[in-house]
Design a protein around this ligand. Structure first.
Ligand code: GAP
Length: 437
């Protein structure tokens, strides 16, 4: 388990503008969070890295952006209205509510011997009730059963209901995939651990449609591809592992989690599932539209199996912060540094004039800063405080390199490049900076 605590991450996230409590001026709203200037860049970079690997670099996967609100029958077909629930118990003494399975896991005990984690009362819980996690809202001007709809509980349902539309318009043939990034909502009984478990979160899901007899092979393939993705982003791979599901969901033929070694134990950040033909069969049945596939080459007609990869953009962003967080002793001080992969770092390069009251230095620095931005590189201009303090500030937000413009720059057109991880400095030509980032 890591030596970094979640408190250290939460403090850094607030102090440096990664994540703020939502609606903070009103006292916040339980377990909802807003991404600040650096947080939104980090999360966008996570999503861009995923999109690049899953759509841009592949000939056999296309993108989709389906609506959050879907026809309510969707959730009957998917099984969510019936079985998307957790067992809820209430302490009769203090009336706090908990997930029974979580209490049992934590206390390694059966229901009759549980202790309330809030008031300490023993063995005084209500009988468990199934609490449905779907969030309801109403469409239009009347709030009755007919206008009730759900905020989607997972993004993949938008993919299934569009299977035929995509097939008809994309010229893809099985095997092929549809990828989507978007918000999902679950009325979690016990959200928590910062942005790890929220009621509003973002998923990055890809559904790969295959012949039934090929599903097991694609399942293994996607397992290793997804693990490679974490490796390619520089995650410490001794802190990433597969965990097979002990119990399979009603739709699954095989399921594995990718887990990360968080400060509160190994936790799921992504799931990979062989969902069989459950999804397309159910949507065919409930919609009355035939979603089976006709293979022109073999003349076979079949219901495709689906291999799904489903990760959380918030969880993986939090995982990136935890994985990158380091505290190091340097010159009798503690340096906090985020050793983020350069593709994930919110700011790629910081440009600093040595002194802010020397117009000739400021002029060269601002010119370079604007050139970097014009080239599409997320740069930051930083002129306040000593150079040492400015380096520390950039270390804390994970900026891989800092470029300092000093008096030698005016003489010989060279700048100092300072590396975040080694703290080493070297002189390079001003015209080389763009290439280095
Ligand atoms: N379509 C399959 C599906 O939704 P899941 O395991 O329920 O599977 C997939 O969710 C991923 O979505 C999780 O691995 C996690 O990264 C993210 N996720 C799920 N619930 C979440 C929550 N309450 N807060 C943040 N992320 C969540």
């Amino acid at each position: 388990m890591s030596s970094t605590s979640l408190d250290q991450i939460v403090n850094l996230a607030k102090r440096r503008g990664f994540v703020f409590p939502s609606s903070e001026i009103y006292g916040g709203l339980a377990s909802t969070w807003d991404y600040g200037p650096y947080g939104v860049l980090l999360k966008n970079n996570v999503k861009a890295a995923w999109w690049k690997a899953m759509v841009l670099m592949r000939d056999d996967i296309v993108g989709l952006d389906a609506a959050i609100l879907m026809h309510p029958r969707t959730w009957e077909a998917s099984g969510h209205t019936d079985s998307f629930s957790d067992p809820l118990v209430e302490c009769r003494q203090c009336h706090n509510r908990f997930r029974l399975d979580e209490l049992q896991d934590l206390q390694k005990s059966d229901k009759d011997k549980l202790q309330c984690p809030v008031c300490g009362t023993k063995d005084n819980f209500t009988e468990p009730k199934n609490f449905n996690l779907l969030m309801k809202t109403f469409l239009g001007t009347t709030e009755d059963a007919k206008s009730a709809v759900y905020l989607r509980g997972e993004t993949c349902q938008g993919i299934y209901v569009n299977f035929k539309n995509v097939l008809a318009t994309s010229r893809q043939k099985i095997p092929f995939g549809i990828a989507q990034i978007g918000k999902a909502f679950r009325n979690e009984i016990t959200p928590g651990n910062f942005t790890f478990r929220m009621r509003e979160f973002e998923q990055m899901e890809m559904q790969f449609f295959v012949k039934p007899d090929a599903a097991a092979v694609y399942y293994d393939e996607w397992k290793s591809r997804r693990l490679d993705w974490y490796k390619s982003l520089g995650f410490e791979m001794t802190r990433v592992r597969f965990k097979d599901h002990d119990k399979l969901a009603h739709y699954a033929k095989a399921a594995v989690d990718i887990e990360y070694d968080t400060p509160w134990g190994w936790k799921e950040v992504e799931g990979i599932h062989n969902r069989g033909d459950w999804d397309l069969s159910r949507h065919s049945e409930f919609s009355g539209k035939d979603l089976s596939y006709f293979d022109e080459e073999s003349g076979d007609k079949f219901m495709p199996y689906i291999v799904e990869t489903s990760g959380g953009a918030d969880r993986i962003s939090l995982m990136a912060l935890i994985d990158a967080y380091n505290e190091e002793e340097t010159d009798g001080e503690t340096r906090v540094v985020l050793k983020l992969h350069k593709d994930l770092a919110p700011i790629k390069v910081a440009v600093m004039p040595l002194l802010k009251n020397k117009p000739e230095l400021v002029e060269v620095a601002t010119k370079l800063f604007h050139e970097l931005k014009a080239a599409g590189i997320m740069a930051e201009y930083d002129e306040s405080g000593s150079i040492g303090r400015r380096y520390r500030r950039q270390d804390e937000i994970g900026t891989p390199i800092c470029v300092t413009i000093d008096f030698d720059t005016l003489e010989n057109k060279t700048v100092t490049i300072r590396d975040r991880d080694t703290m080493k400095q070297e002189r390079v030509g001003l015209d080389k900076v763009l290439k280095l980032t």
